[in-house]
Write a protein that binds this ligand. Structure first.
Ligand SMILES: [Zn+2]
Length: 156
């Protein structure tokens, strides 16, 4: 499938925390509302879940389950949301978002309000150093379970 012009994921603009032949584990770029906000992106340019190839379809559930567990373990959140819009960037990416029991602004659609407030700089973003630390810890925790699917830390 074509990369389609200026797709940032196809251009490799993001820091990759884990990768396989078919997937990239990323974190949300700064400003990110919450440390531990991760993203799983297809390596190939897919517009959404309905465009996945059979081998990608077969892996995505396990990968999301492992990442959700790692986000919860590393951030102490109560639950992990999984959302895929593919709106601003029309390349499949699933947001994995920590939902904290102690923070009502991370609950369901309130999270969208917080997201926009952070983008407008009305609500402080997560500390970039903490977001980076959390992303690396989540990747390290997820790697043993994802290695069987061919994931590894990127060679840099
Ligand atoms: Zn792309």
């Amino acid at each position: 499938m074509s990369a389609g012009g200026a797709c940032p994921f196809c251009a490799g603009a993001q820091t990759v925390y884990l990768e396989s032949d078919r997937w990239l584990l990323l974190r949300h770029a700064d400003p990110v509302p919450l440390a531990g906000w991760m993203m799983l992106a297809s390596r190939a340019h897919r517009g959404g879940l309905d465009e996945l190839a059979a081998d990608e379809q077969g892996e995505v559930g396990k990968i999301l389950s492992v990442i959700a567990g790692a986000v919860r373990a590393e951030t102490g959140c109560e639950r992990t949301y999984s959302i895929s819009f593919n709106e601003a960037v029309r390349h499949l990416h699933l947001h994995m978002i920590p939902r904290h029991a102690s923070d009502p602004s991370t609950t369901s659609w309130a999270l969208a309000d917080r997201y926009r407030a952070t983008a407008r700089k009305e609500t402080p973003a997560a500390d970039p150093a903490e977001a980076e630390r959390a992303a690396r810890a989540i990747a390290a925790r997820a790697l043993p379970d994802l290695a069987a699917l061919g994931f590894a830390a990127p060679q840099s």
